[in-house]
Design a protein around this ligand. Structure first.
Ligand SMILES: Nc1nc2c(c(=O)[nH]1)N[C@H]1C(S)=C(S)[C@@H](COP(=O)(O)OP(=O)(O)OC[C@H]3O[C@@H](n4cnc5c(=O)[nH]c(N)nc54)[C@H](O)[C@@H]3O)O[C@H]1N2
Ligand SMILES: Nc1nc2c(c(=O)[nH]1)N[C@H]1C(S)=C(S)[C@@H](COP(=O)(O)OP(=O)(O)OC[C@H]3O[C@@H](n4cnc5c(=O)[nH]c(N)nc54)[C@H](O)[C@@H]3O)O[C@H]1N2
Ligand code: SF4
Ligand SMILES: [Mo]
Length: 735
């Protein structure tokens, strides 16, 4: 368990919500009480979706003379029902910070940047990137984008970079996060389609959380589980005894990366016991017999040996799935961030399919998204997919996109981009010379930092477009472009249950910072392709284009009239095609008819032999290092959350490592000692947090600290190219 346990805050806030007073709402951060002078009271309220995690809670923004001054959670929104976690309550505070980038900055000498005006900055941007392209080819400049900008901006960036500026390679931080789920869904269902709606959290009688710690990472989704009136069984599969595991009815504390043998073994038991839905399998799936034959290779002894679980635990797990009427499977990064993430996600999909636990209330094989707009980026970032979940390799898709955007089809690349790690390797190999980083912080978050930083240093020109000038990546930048953040601009996000929600401008961006939308618009003009985007006047214009791009796709939302409709309906989940005659129901799930987007309408059973752990513990490096989220109040690389006084009080300022008492004793480590953790690639010093939550031989370090990725090993899932952040070998020493 983490040093602080802010997961309790969720319930605290929930309790308070019932009797919120005006004073409580208006007190700093919404927590304390106190009298507010009349002149400081808000005069109106608007609503929008939170800009941190993929839960997509709706927040009331209380305004004074048009400026947002404080926040409270929306009670009548179908996602959060009046709840918010600390980050949501503090969403406005993090915008005010001396670290905000308030003017474009040009590097003059190492560690020295000077402010310039936008004209100088964008002339330089254009001159440098065009110069590199002329010398080394159009594909020598690449971009790295994000799951945290509004969808309209993602679409603009993707279209500008690939259709306007001729770039071939662009990827985003969703590769670090969702790529394995995307690939798993595409292969199994035929389209990247998380099937659930949050109501399912309240309607299941058995919930299985795999490699997910929602108490910390999705606190309001967890609150929805707590509202479940069916006294559900909650099963958590995690090598650590997390906050979520502690509140579950069954914790399967498996050996890291042994999920595959566990789920294959469970499938075998269910098949042998006849606990499967033969009708569903026959009518809606293919490949079951091969799967059933394959899992006979997972007898109990093998599963016990590979997972470290007892026979009783394994059988209990199978029994609970068997007896459940509405079983839902939920997974997050403990599954995706692995060298076999795709197959692990598919092992869960297989369990849902074979037991008929999909397309009905309280069921599903459900990947939870991380960032506020990971879902938007999956459909519209123009990185792995062509805009609107289309395929760059498909000529009809290219024609359709060209037609909707009124551009020549030849402007659309007929090849896929390199994934993130190939872009990084491309820099190392001297093929990529210019990089544009937008709304992500790879010099902290990318795997194996020693290498990343060396690589970023090799670029001829690095542009970082961020809200803050003090990010780790900005320290390498030749040019920093100051961006407006959430709350300072308009657009939409798509949350984990496919719900499109609004983002609004309730604050003025500081100094000369501009919305990413305006920056892209200006760049198009400076680059000389402004004409291509003459219809892209405002985010809402782009929303209308995106609707047309989605038409006919499984994610069709052409029936969403406009921004006002999204507001009025409490967000709208895709699909919502313009053929719908009724307003959308507030909770909608996919595959109720059992028809999947594959051409034959069937879902596929996909499986393969588990791979060997790339860097197993050894005599020299005897520990397995796990990494992940530390507290509900820290967000990723902390560029945002460290700017809130309230949030900072809720998490440990300095890096710590969770270590089991047995291992601490063996090396005479005392609580809070600074200890050295070393991998083959790097080392760091962290304070020892001695806790039973990690098993002997394992360590856990939160990802929020700059040092963490010094240790991680650049290994990737072969199908999704997602980095395997949660498993490498390290050693511990006390000097
Ligand atoms: N407070 C907060 N919330 C966040 C974020 C944040 O930074 N801060 N980030 C958001 C984002 S982008 C994301 S992607 C999500 C991530 O949300 P989660 O995935 O829930 O969070 P993590 O802590 O990264 O990983 C979850 C768990 O995976 C476990 N795990 C590691 N290896 C294995 C394994 O081999 N098998 C299994 N079964 N489990 C394993 C870890 O012990 C960990 O407890 O959180 C989102 N929400
Ligand atoms: N070891 C380890 N590493 C991990 C993980 C792990 O579990 N373990 N998890 C991985 C995962 S799942 C993820 S998603 C990544 C996240 O990694 P990053 O994306 O690098 O992390 P963030 O801190 O969210 O970076 C977002 C940046 O965008 C800026 N920003 C915010 N809003 C805006 C905006 O509107 N416009 C612009 N231009 N900038 C903006 C922020 O200031 C910040 O610098 O980390 C990955 N790294
Ligand atoms: S749970 Fe996620 S979306 Fe909801 S308030 Fe917290 S950070 Fe925002
Ligand atoms: Mo993520």
């Amino acid at each position: 368990m983490s040093i602080m346990d802010p997961s309790n805050l969720g319930s605290l806030i929930h309790q308070k919500e019932g009797h919120l007073t005006r004073e409580l709402l208006l007190s700093p951060g919404g927590f304390g009480l106190g009298k507010i002078p009349e002149k400081n009271l808000p005069d109106s309220t608007t609503q929008m979706v939170c800009g941190f995690c993929g839960t997509g809670c709706n927040l009331n923004i209380h305004l004074k003379e048009g400026e947002g001054i404080c926040v409270s959670p929306t009670t009548e929104y179908p996602v959060n029902l009046g709840m918010a976690c600390p980050k949501g309550w503090e969403a406005l505070s993090v915008l005010q910070s001396p670290n905000r980038a308030i003017s474009p900055l040009v590097k003059k000498s190492p560690n020295h940047w000077e402010p310039v005006d936008w004209d100088t900055a964008l002339s330089l941007f254009t001159r440098k990137f065009k110069g590199i392209q002329q010398q080394h080819g159009a594909d020598s400049v690449a971009f790295l984008s994000t799951g945290q900008m509004v969808t309209e901006e993602m679409a603009f960036l993707g279209a500008l970079a690939k259709f306007g500026m001729g770039m071939k390679h662009g990827d985003g931080n969703t590769r670090q996060c969702m790529a394995s789920a995307v690939t798993a869904y595409k292969q199994s269902f035929g389209f990247d389609s998380p099937p659930f709606t949050y109501q399912d959290l309240e309607e299941s009688d058995v919930l299985v959380f795999v490699g997910a710690n929602p108490c910390i990472a999705h606190p309001i989704m967890w609150e929805r589980v707590m509202r479940n009136p069916h006294s559900p069984e909650i099963i958590t599969v995690d090598p650590r005894k997390t906050e979520t595991a502690m509140q579950s009815s069954l914790h399967l504390q498996i050996y890291p990366k042994s999920d595959l043998p566990l789920f294959y073994g469970i499938a075998r038991i269910l098949i042998e016991q006849g606990a499967i839905d033969e009708k569903y399998i026959q009518e809606h799936t293919e490949g079951f017999q091969e799967f059933a034959d394959y899992v006979t290779a997972y007898p109990l002894e093998r599963v016990i040996a590979e997972t470290g679980l007892s026979q009783a635990m394994i059988e209990k797990f199978a029994d609970l799935i068997k007896s459940g009427k509405r079983v839902s499977f939920w997974w997050t990064m403990g599954v995706n961030q692995s060298y076999q993430g795709v197959r692990t996600a598919q092992a869960l999909i297989n369990l849902a399919l074979m037991t008929g636990n999909i397309g009905r209330p309280g069921t599903g094989a459900n990947s939870i998204t991380g960032q506020c707009n990971a879902m938007g980026s999956r459909l519209f970032s123009n990185t792995t997919n062509l805009l609107g979940g289309h395929d760059f390799l498909n000529a009809e898709h290219r024609d359709k996109v060209a037609r909707v955007l009124s551009i020549p089809t030849e402007q659309i690349p007929d090849q896929n981009s390199w994934p993130y790690h190939k872009i990084i390797e491309g820099i190392l190999a001297g093929k990529i010379k210019g990089l544009w980083v937008i709304c992500t912080n790879p010099a902290h978050s990318w795997i194996n930092q020693g290498q990343v930083r060396d690589i970023l240093d090799r670029l001829d020109f690095l542009v970082v477009q961020d809200m803050y000038h003090d990010t780790e990546t900005a320290k390498f930048a030749d040019l920093i472009l100051p961006a407006a953040g959430w709350g300072e601009k308009e657009g939409t996000f798509i949350n984990a249950e496919r719900r499109i929600g609004r983002v609004k401008r309730v604050k003025r961006a500081p100094g000369q910072a501009l919305s990413d939308f305006s920056i892209f618009k200006l760049i198009a003009q400076y680059w000389g392709c402004g004409e291509m985007f003459s219809n892209w006047k405002s985010p809402e214009d782009v929303f209308q284009l995106m609707k047309q791009l989605s038409k006919g796709q499984p994610c069709d939302f052409s029936g969403v009239e406009d921004y006002t409709a999204i507001d009025e309906q409490g967000g709208i989940q895709w699909p919502f095609p313009d053929t719908e005659t009724q307003p959308p129901a507030p909770q909608r799930r996919l595959f109720e008819d059992g028809i999947y987007p594959h051409e034959n309408g069937r879902a596929r059973f996909i499986f393969s032999e588990p791979s060997k752990m790339p860097e197993p513990p050894s005599d020299q490096y005897p520990f397995i290092l796990l990494t992940g989220r530390g507290t509900a109040s820290q967000w990723h690389t902390q560029t945002r959350t460290r700017n809130s006084d309230v949030l900072r009080k809720l998490y440990p300022e300095r890096i710590y490592v969770e270590i089991n008492p047995q291992d601490a004793r063996a090396q005479s480590i005392q609580p809070n000692d600074w200890i050295m953790i070393e991998s083959q690639r790097g080392h760091l010093k962290a304070r020892a947090f001695i806790t039973q939550s990690v098993q002997p031989g394992q360590l856990f370090i939160p990802m929020h600290y700059e040092e963490t990725n010094q240790l991680t090993d650049a290994v990737f899932d072969p199908h999704s190219s997602q980095p395997s952040y949660k498993c490498c070998a390290v050693k511990v020493s006390t000097n």
